[in-house]
Design a protein around this ligand. Structure first.
Ligand code: COA
Length: 153
């Protein structure tokens, strides 16, 4: 199920982050539990919210239960639309539909607003992943070496 990430989920999120850190930010940021907690505590100031896919049941969206974090998505809410800032699945849990469930959740969450995501230009795995949902590349950020992709509603 999908619910907001709690502070107690952060050690699991840290593991998933650090197994994928090379493709999550252009600065290739590796987290410590302290730096991740710091991000988490300040997330609302920058209009971010953290969502987790827990326990592997794809069929419902929950609010409170769930123990094992399989994947997470950091969403950013802006006036112009919703952004999938980071998305990652536990390396042992890939290919089970968890990433897809989180993208579907973001599509639902975006309602009638535009939905964007960012992918590093050399991260063809995730670019192809987003193509499957109907995202299209709309911009190339040369400085960050990232593509901005938009979901075609
Ligand atoms: C991209 C990522 C989140 C996908 O998560 P996942 O949980 O393994 O993906 P799913 O199991 O939900 O796959 C859903 C669909 O995408 C497809 N897919 C998954 N990885 C893919 C890939 N590398 N290329 C093409 N399609 C892919 C699956 O085949 C599946 O398609 P289907 O439903 O038609 O069978 C995961 O590979 C990951 O953590 N990557 C590293 C971090 C990253 O690059 N994040 C994105 C940029 S922030």
């Amino acid at each position: 199920m999908i619910r907001k990430v709690n502070k107690s989920d952060l050690p699991q999120m840290l593991k998933i982050w650090n197994a994928n850190y090379k493709v999550l930010t252009s600065s290739q940021k590796k987290h410590s539990i302290k730096s991740l907690e710091n991000w988490y505590e300040t997330r609302t100031k920058i209009n971010h919210e953290y969502f987790g896919m827990l326990d592997g049941k794809l069929e419902y969206f929950g609010t409170s239960k769930g123990k094992t974090l399989k994947a997470f998505a950091i969403l950013k809410y802006t006036k112009k639309g919703l952004w999938i800032k980071m998305l990652a699945t536990d390396k042992h849990e890939k290919g089970k539909g968890y990433g897809k469930a989180l993208v579907r959740f973001a599509i639902k969450e975006s309602k009638d607003r535009p939905l964007f995501c960012e992918c590093m230009v050399n991260n063809w795995e995730s670019i192809n992943f987003f193509f499957k949902f109907g995202f299209k590349i709309i911009r190339y950020n040369k400085k960050l070496e990232e593509f901005v992709m938009q979901y075609q509603k």
